[in-house]
Design a protein around this ligand. Structure first.
Ligand code: NCD
Ligand code: ZN
Ligand code: ZN
Length: 333
């Protein structure tokens, strides 16, 4: 029996640049119809020129595949309404990083002062530009996301017309916030549906499963699974596939990020076929995103899978994928 997915979308993806971009971009453009491209390059993508040039480099890395790169800018509280008007047709959203909280976020925001943020966020709301957020405080690592929920609530209440996407949520607390505020949405990764902290650090340390936000408790994973598997209309798939070279992961000082793009569609299919159904998978992997992000057009593309074992390569270029060397149950036809 084969399974067909229509226009799968990855609503949170890191493609990097240069040689890494050339290695990883074709793996996403093979399996997805489009992806939201994160701006945390060095230096960050924070001008119209940088965004357009990066999009060109991505387009040349993906070749002839049908694939749309939905670009984002790195949030700055200094963006003016005039600037946002000039760039809005080139992007899907603006991504906010608290300063220093994750890979290449040093230029991020060092505080959440409503008055300072108001001009930019009001303009974004008016221009229908969603705000994507890496929601972690700099508190104790297991509590960072739950502590950030009060900041999400502050943003959601002060900017009721702004669409706010809680990126890569990992906790029950964030799932609960979703249903409390109309303008909060979320992406969920594949790895956070699969693993808990035990898989990362419960036995021998697994650097290739180390990411931000760190995987949490079984009850958090349950809460994420519930909303994903039921096709909850406010959650979308965002892989947060975040490649780092093997030497940066297998290192004293391991870089954060799990590389999942080459296996994401296959493993999500396995998870949904076991615990839910194809209709909910279609909503999670494409339909919900198209309803939430009303400012996009999605190319038509269908991906067919079959239940046939696939041995995950040990490495792609310099990057070790999740499940390297292991056998997964579904393959792309
Ligand atoms: C991401 C990266 O490497 O760019 N890392 C990660 O662990 N998720 C950054 C991010 O999405 O926070
Ligand atoms: Zn992040
Ligand atoms: Zn990310």
């Amino acid at each position: 029996m084969s399974i067909t997915l229509n226009s799968p979308l990855d609503m949170h993806l890191h493609l990097r640049d240069e040689a890494m971009l050339k290695t990883v971009a074709p793996l996403s453009s093979r399996d997805f119809a489009g992806a939201v491209i994160m701006p945390n390059l060095v230096p960050p993508v924070d001008t119209k020129e940088a965004l357009l040039a990066y999009k060109e480099r991505i387009n040349s890395a993906i070749g002839d595949d049908t694939f749309t790169s939905y670009m984002t800018l790195f949030f700055k509280p200094t963006y003016t309404k005039e600037f946002l008007e000039s760039v809005k047709d080139e992007l899907i959203a603006i991504k906010l990083y608290p300063a220093g909280i994750t890979t290449n976020s040093e230029g991020g925001l060092s505080g959440f002062d409503v008055d300072e943020l108001r001009p930019t966020l009001d303009a974004m709301a008016e221009l229908n530009i969603p705000l994507c957020v890496h929601g972690e405080t700099n508190g104790f690592v297991m509590d960072r996301e739950a502590e950030f929920v009060s900041i999400y609530e502050m943003l959601a209440t002060n900017f009721p017309k702004l669409k706010i996407i809680m990126e890569h949520i990992t906790t029950k607390a964030s799932v609960e916030a979703l249903d409390k505020f109309e303008n909060l949405y979320a992406t969920i990764t594949l790895h956070h549906l699969l693993i808990t902290l035990d898989d990362v650090a419960g036995g021998m340390l697994q650097p290739h499963l180390f990411c931000k936000p760190i995987a949490k408790r079984p009850e958090d994973r349950e809460a994420l699974r519930k909303v994903a598997l039921e096709g909850h209309s406010k959650v979308m798939f965002g892989s947060d596939s975040a490649p780092h070279p093997q030497h940066a992961k297998e290192n004293c000082g391991c870089a954060a990020g799990v590389f999942t793009s080459p296996i994401a569609v296959q493993v999500l299919t396995e998870l949904f076929m076991e615990h839910s159904n194809l209709e909910n998978l279609q909503a999670f992997i494409s339909g919900n995103a198209q309803k939430i992000y009303t400012n996009i057009t999605v190319p038509e593309k269908s991906i067919t899978l079959e239940k046939k074992p696939f041995v995950v390569p040990a490495i792609y270029g310099t990057v070790v994928p999740m499940y390297a060397g292991e056998t997964i149950a579904y393959s792309i036809v």
